[in-house]
Design a protein around this ligand. Sequence first.
Ligand SMILES: Cc1cc2nc3c(=O)[nH]c(=O)nc-3n(C[C@H](O)[C@H](O)[C@H](O)COP(=O)(O)O)c2cc1C
Length: 220
Amino acid sequence: MAKFLPLSAYVEYPPEEMIRRAAAFKSEMTRRRTVRQFSDRAVPRGVIEDCLITAGSAPSGANLQPWHFVVVSDAAIKARIREAAEREERAFYHGRAPREWLDALASLGTDENKPYLERAPCLIVIFAKTFELLPDGRKVKNYYVSESVGIATGLLIAALHHAGLVSLTHTPSPMGFLNEILNRPKHERAFLLLVAGYPAEDAAVPDIGRKSLDEIATFG
Ligand SMILES: Cc1cc2nc3c(=O)[nH]c(=O)nc-3n(C[C@H](O)[C@H](O)[C@H](O)COP(=O)(O)O)c2cc1C
């Protein structure tokens, strides 16, 4: 039976304030960059916790919240993840990847070496749950899993950036090794690995562009 509450958390801003806030948020978010050189400085656990709570506030199909986040800071586990990821990446860069895909990656300067998987203080592995397993063994199907987990991941990336950290969206393919290393059940699919921390002092980012508003949006 549905139960309703007043929308007491909503805040309306006068138009000028709204315009100012939208522009300020645009400036804040458009300076976000994917970083591939990390410092080994530790990050406060409370910051990561708050960012995860933000991610967990994402809308989801039927509010089923089909995600699970595993935060890895243990050096031995990070080393195992690096080893397994680099094995997959070697197979990708030197065999599996079609020429077209390698061409698309050329401007980023990426390769099979992933030292940041050990150096960064924090790896957040995001799992997508195809169904929920109840304590009595029953399965409850989740809906729009990829869409929901993608939105939660976007909020997480934004929250980390807003807090003053940098991140790298990493997708070694396939990612099944993460279930094994992190002891996650089969019905959870490793969705994405987010490397988070401070940038290295000499961090540099690829000189790439973003599409203009005209290219990405149409107003009818
Ligand atoms: C789904 C997804 C997968 C990605 N996988 C990788 C990856 O495996 N390795 C990597 O170095 N960057 C990866 N990236 C980062 C993109 O290359 C990066 O977001 C893009 O080049 C734009 O750069 P920016 O984030 O600095 O704007 C991925 C990004 C997304 C959204």
